[in-house]
Write a protein of this length. Structure first.
Length: 458
């Protein structure tokens, strides 16, 4: 009886600790990793590094000099040599360590065994990046960072750079317009596409950039950001007037580059390789970012007249996509589908959009429209996005690389407040003044009347 009492006294706290750890792992994975997961995974890695590398086939035969030295100094068996391990560096989300590859190995060998390594060391995922020839960095992520997104405090940002989402390897996904000037963002209804757009606009609102919007849904998506927009078109008729103005602005900027660099006036635009960033800062025009929400609305036609207008708008969008980067004009095109069935020019416009972000879509064909021509293996990852995870997407570019990302929550009110506070940063562009949206004046909050104390009388 006394043994049973002792067992209950000892087992009670152990059960409580186990239940607390399971609860923390499910509800607070970051806290669980910092207190329990990190020490356990570190011990596993240190104690089993050699045997795990050998089991994964990541060891090589030792050199002859090493074999002779081992036989001369010890009687131990000479074992295969794993990659030399560097210092383990813990992070808030996992572990990082550098590996010096053994002779005859390549980074692809480590990357091919990443799935085995994560199971052996009890982590959520493992990623391999090349640091320099012969050295790779192994990043181990302790838990699913896309389940509850928390952006790093020291996210990379700068001029025309917006940390808009978090990658599955716990690094920020930065939208860099200088590196990837134009991007296509696809996603079904309630997939998180609008949240992604909010982060972009809120991030650019604090920078000296002209923001232009085309929202053919009567402006319901972009109208809340009107205080920070330099121009806004809310239907195809207004878009048909705005796009030629942007093309004219682009041509004027090319003329400015010609005048500064002494290029002949009759030189075709396609033969000019310089851009506005080569101009002096006091002469450099302000960059322009064009947001096109629901691009399919620009392609839909009902009459012959609408078809002519559609062809003109598509031609102007293609010109902006082909020549706009050098003039400091960047495109952010959003929609639910974007394929050849939209009409003439759709495929040509899509080919000019280097960056691709695809949220949850309704069919595989939509995923192929976004990523099939640049990263075919990412199509399956896009189709596996669950509706319960809005904001989850697959990002890729023409280099063939892709990764899963997720945008953190940002309310429409907070994004609109950011644009309201940054309204003074709207640049002065004379060509866009006719398209400047009307910003309603905020009503002054009524204050309660001040009640004065009555004098004390007899």
């Amino acid at each position: 009886m006394s043994d049973l009492t002792t067992l209950l006294e000892v087992g009670g706290p152990v059960a409580v600790l186990g239940g607390g750890a399971a609860y923390a792992r499910a509800k607070h994975p970051a806290a669980y990793w910092s207190t329990i997961g990190l020490p356990v995974s570190t011990v596993r890695l240190l104690s089993s590094y050699g045997s795990v590398m050998e089991a994964c086939g990541l060891t090589v035969a030792p050199s002859r000099l090493r074999v002779l030295a081992m036989k001369a100094m010890t009687q131990r068996e000479v074992r295969p040599v794993p990659p030399r391990r560097g210092i383990i560096r813990p992070t808030l989300t996992g572990l990082k360590l550098r590996l010096r590859l053994a002779p005859g190995q390549e980074p692809a060998d480590i990357a091919a065994s990443a799935e085995r390594l994560r199971h052996a060391w009890g982590v959520h995922s493992a990623y391999v990046t090349t640091v320099k020839p012969g050295v790779v960095e192994l990043r181990l992520v302790g838990y699913d960072v896309l389940r509850r997104v928390r952006m790093p405090r020291k996210a990379v940002d700068g001029f025309l750079k917006v940390p808009v989402a978090l990658r599955e390897d716990a690094t920020p996904f930065v939208r860099d317009y200088r590196t990837i000037p134009h991007q296509l963002t696809l996603g079904a209804t309630l997939s998180g596409k609008s949240m992604y757009l909010r982060h972009l606009i809120a991030g650019l609102a604090r920078q000296p950039v002209a923001l232009v919007g085309i929202d053919c849904k009567r402006g319901v998506e972009l109208a809340p950001f009107a205080p920070r927009l330099s121009a806004l078109a809310t239907d195809p008729d207004q878009a048909a007037e705005l796009l030629p103005t942007l093309v004219k602005e682009m041509e004027d900027r090319y003329d400015l580059i010609r005048a500064r660099q002494g290029i002949a006036p009759d030189t075709p635009d396609e033969e000019i390789t310089s851009d506005i960033w080569g101009l002096p800062e006091d002469e450099r025009p302000v960059p322009v970012v064009l947001f096109v929400d629901e691009v399919a609305e620009l392609f839909l036609v009902a009459t012959k007249k609408d078809e002519e207008r559609r062809d003109e708008m598509v031609t102007q969008l293609i010109r902006l996509a082909q020549l706009g980067r050098a003039a400091g004009i960047y495109l952010e095109v959003c929609g639910q589908r974007f394929g050849a069935e939209l009409g003439k020019g759709a495929t040509m416009l899509r080919a000019q959009l280097t960056g691709r972000v695809c949220h949850r879509v309704n069919d595989e064909a939509s995923a192929k429209m976004a990523l099939g021509d640049i990263a075919p293996e990412a199509v399956h990852a896009t189709c596996s996005i669950a509706p319960e995870r809005p904001g989850l997407a697959v990002a890729g570019d023409t280099s063939g690389g892709w990764s899963r990302i997720r945008t953190p929550y940002l309310s429409l009110g907070d994004a609109a407040e950011t644009c309201q506070e940054s309204a003074h940063m709207v640049p002065d562009l004379a060509a866009l003044k006719p398209f400047r949206p009307d910003v309603p004046v905020r009503p002054v909050e009524a204050t309660a009347p001040v009640v004065l104390p009555h004098p004390v009388t007899d």
